[in-house]
Ligand binder design. Structure first.
Ligand SMILES: CC(C)(COP(=O)(O)OP(=O)(O)OC[C@H]1O[C@@H](n2cnc3c(N)ncnc32)[C@H](O)[C@@H]1O)[C@@H](O)C(=O)NCCC(=O)NCCS
Ligand SMILES: Nc1ncnc2c1ncn2[C@@H]1O[C@H](COP(=O)(O)OP(=O)(O)OP(=O)(O)O)[C@@H](O)[C@H]1O
Length: 209
């Protein structure tokens, strides 16, 4: 890690376990900036990008909406059901996402930054962060949250969950695990408790990986 970069806290977990909810709270309560892999992954496929062009070449122009943007649900149907195609897409997008994190981190003045990276382990981005927080919830809760938020059938939601590293395996690799099975207020108290026990008040005392 280059000197003078902020201390990076990596937030990951299963799909729809609550990473963005925790990130929103961290920035509201502590003022730490958030950098989000999902936003960079969207930037990677904006109209006019090389990657969107490659997607249209591979799957045909029907993968584009009439305004030239990516038809995300349709690409999701392909990649969350076909591991080889998921791998192809990740090979296109992940180098771009990594590059964007590195760029943005160099511009920050804050002593701490939160990187939200759903595929932190799968995409081997752990070197970007000083420590890893995994947001966890029960399998039933995860399925319900995902189906409700994305309006997905049970089968489609299960396919998305199955396309990621199992949550237990992520928990085993975590420095901090945040249980998110209760109300939002409880989650916030849990986050406050964790922050109070760690080094962020004195980030220079945090050691990099
Ligand atoms: C397939 C796409 C177009 C579906 O878009 P959609 O709007 O439905 O989902 P969105 O991008 O909001 O992602 C929601 C969540 O899905 C999960 N997810 C996304 N991509 C992947 C993947 N390749 N493997 C497993 N889970 C994934 C993450 O938990 C993410 O937070 C999109 O997810 C995508 O481009 N994925 C590939 C890029 C990627 O790997 N992104 C993850 C961040 S590095
Ligand atoms: N403690 C909670 N109480 C009620 N709803 C919650 C709670 N935590 C998260 N949610 C809801 O569950 C859904 C998933 O949460 P969130 O978007 O934070 O997950 P995520 O891990 O960032 O998802 P993704 O992997 O798809 O990016 C959202 O609709 C959010 O509002």
């Amino acid at each position: 890690m280059v000197n003078n970069l902020p201390y990076a806290l990596g937030l990951t977990g299963g799909i729809a376990t609550g990473k963005s909810t925790v990130a929103d709270y961290l920035t509201r309560a502590y003022g730490w900036p958030i950098l989000d892999a999902d936003l960079y992954a969207r930037e990677a496929v904006e109209p006019g990008s090389v990657i969107l062009e490659a997607i249209a070449q591979r799957y045909g122009p029907s993968l584009l909406n009439s305004d030239g943007t990516l038809n995300r649900p349709q690409l999701g149907d392909i990649i969350f059901n076909t591991p080889k195609e998921r791998q192809w897409l990740e090979d296109q997008i992940h180098p771009f996402v990594r590059e964007r994190f590195e760029q943005e981190m160099r511009t920050l003045e804050s002593p701490v930054v939160v990187l939200v990276i759903p595929l932190l382990f799968e995409a081997q981005m752990t070197d970007l962060v000083g420590e890893v927080w995994v947001v966890s919830c029960s399998p039933e809760q995860q399925l319900t949250r995902l189906q409700t938020r994305n309006q997905l059938s049970r089968e489609a939601a299960q396919a998305r969950i199955a396309s990621q590293m199992p949550l237990d395996a992520k928990i085993a690799l975590a420095d901090v695990v945040i249980e998110n099975n209760g109300q939002r207020e409880h989650l916030q108290q849990e986050v406050d408790r964790i922050v109070s026990t760690r080094c962020y008040k004195f980030p220079q005392s945090c050691t990099s990986r």
